[in-house]
Design a protein around this ligand. Structure first.
Ligand SMILES: Cc1cc2nc3c(=O)[nH]c(=O)nc-3n(C[C@H](O)[C@H](O)[C@H](O)COP(=O)(O)OP(=O)(O)OC[C@H]3O[C@@H](n4cnc5c(N)ncnc54)[C@H](O)[C@@H]3O)c2cc1C
Length: 411
């Protein structure tokens, strides 16, 4: 039974069902077998806040198994050796995984190559030499990367970045700082965005380039792990680059044209996070519906009280809307439309709908809603964060209104 009036293409439905099957076989059992590890933050993180070796082993196993099964690279262009599926498959695949696995079985995060951590369409413009050097281990799920755009002085206004790549013969030397870089603590490579033409960058007419930098490069230093929401470790970190030498083969797209790659990466992030919000929201709503029918108060199941169930109806309505918006934006991108307005709307609306659905599910559960056992707080934290990551809600509204004022008023 589908709430959606049109069928997804056969190949996308097959991938969605296959991903759920893969998660059932490769993700859920690892969480069950390593329950003690996942429930004990002291075993999940090292003293310095990085992922523990035991956790990294499990992440590597899931990545490699998925690469072998063909899911990890399913949306990587065929020219790079991937499955060549588009944005709709990316949206549907992630939504299915988040919905099916919920936030507790989070090794699912490594089933499909995340655009910032592994191969994606973003790497289509790397040089032949870079392909030879880095692609095979990345496609096999053995190596990973990160995306170094944000800086202490440049967040929403990412083009204001001040990291510089100064010419040095036929090469450049990069100096600067990056912050919030996800996967940096464990990555093998980082896409570093740096100013290569200060005058053009100041005029906001290009002048920013993207370089693929091995994290083992001299002068590349992970300064600290950034811990969020009281955790004792994390996957976001701050980076210092001091005179890091890069050569032309490391350019990710044409010299001075790197900011377009940054914007495309962020668009993939917006699809991913729209899917994450709808998937987690649906997971939480279903949990709340089950609980409301079994939990009794005043001699009746609490599902008999409209004070309990009407908020769940609102969640269902909002998630349905968000789901349709996500499917639509991803389809427009596959049709070659820029879909700036539609993707901004989908992400802004989905993260708020998903967050509200998780919050309402917590309320339905009473005190149980806050327990580690139920795990709603993991989704709550994740969705609170993605109201900021990959474009804050305010910046998304800014993009929407800019399009409207330019006459793009089709809705
Ligand atoms: C968990 C996490 C992971 C991240 N991972 C990465 C990563 O891998 N790589 C990377 O490069 N970055 C990453 N980021 C950074 C992320 O992209 C930025 O946090 C985001 O762009 C916002 O920038 P900021 O935090 O500096 O907020 P600011 O830009 O300082 O904004 C502060 C507030 O002002 C508002 N604001 C700013 N300008 C306007 C305006 N014009 N109109 C209205 N309101 C405005 C914002 O909406 C926000 O509410 C990550 C962030 C998080 C939280």
């Amino acid at each position: 039974m589908s709430a959606i009036a049109w069928e997804l293409p056969d190949d996308i439905r097959a991938v969605r069902d296959g991903l759920i099957d893969f998660a059932r076989k490769e993700v859920l059992p690892r969480h069950a077998d390593h329950h003690d590890l996942f429930e004990d933050p002291r075993r999940l993180y090292r003293e310095d806040g990085r992922f523990s070796d035991a956790l990294r082993t499990l992440i590597g196993e899931v990545r490699r198994a998925s690469a072998k099964a063909g899911y990890y690279n399913m949306c990587v262009p065929e020219s790079l050796g991937g499955g060549g599926l588009g944005h709709l498959a990316y949206y549907v695949g992630w939504e299915a995984l988040f919905h099916f696995c919920g936030p507790k079985n989070w090794l699912m995060l490594y089933v499909i190559s995340h655009w910032a951590f592994g191969p994606s369409r973003l790497l289509e413009k790397v040089t032949e030499e870079a392909r030879d050097k880095i692609l095979a281990p990345m496609m096999a799920g053995e190596a990973s990367m990160c995306f170094g755009l944000s800086e202490p002085g440049a967040g929403s206004d990412a083009a204001a970045l001040s990291t510089k790549a100064v010419p040095d013969g036929n090469a450049w030397r990069i100096t600067g700082r990056k912050i919030w870089t996800s996967n940096l603590p464990v990555a093998d490579y980082c896409i570093v965005f740096a100013v290569t033409d200060p005058a053009r960058a100041a005029a906001r007419k290009g002048g920013i380039s993207a370089f693929l930098v091995p994290t083992s490069s001299p002068g590349f230093e992970v300064q600290r792990i950034i811990k969020l929401f009281g955790h004792i470790g994390g996957d976001e970190a701050e980076l210092r680059l001091e005179d890091v030498r890069v050569e032309p083969w490391q350019l990710v797209s044409a010299l001075d044209q790197g900011f377009a790659a940054a914007l495309y990466g962020v668009s993939l992030g917006r699809i991913y996070n729209s899917a994450r919000a709808v998937g987690y929201g649906r997971w939480a709503l279903e949990l709340a519906l089950d609980y409301a029918q079994t939990r009794k108060a005043f001699d009746r199941p609490i599902s008999e009280y409209q004070g309990v169930t009407f908020p769940l109806a609102e969640s269902a309505t909002e998630l349905h809307g968000a789901h349709l918006m996500g499917l639509n934006a991803a389809t427009l991108l596959d049709q070659g439309a820029p879909a700036i307005k539609e993707l901004s709307m989908a992400k802004a609306y989905s993260v708020q709908a998903g967050y509200r659905a998780v919050d309402r599910a917590m309320q339905t559960h009473g005190a149980m809603g806050f327990t580690n056992e139920v795990g709603l707080h993991h989704a709550w934290h994740a969705l609170r964060i993605i109201n900021v990551a990959d474009g804050t809600n305010e910046i998304l509204n800014r993009s929407i209104v800019q399009r409207l004022l330019k006459g793009d008023t089709e809705l």
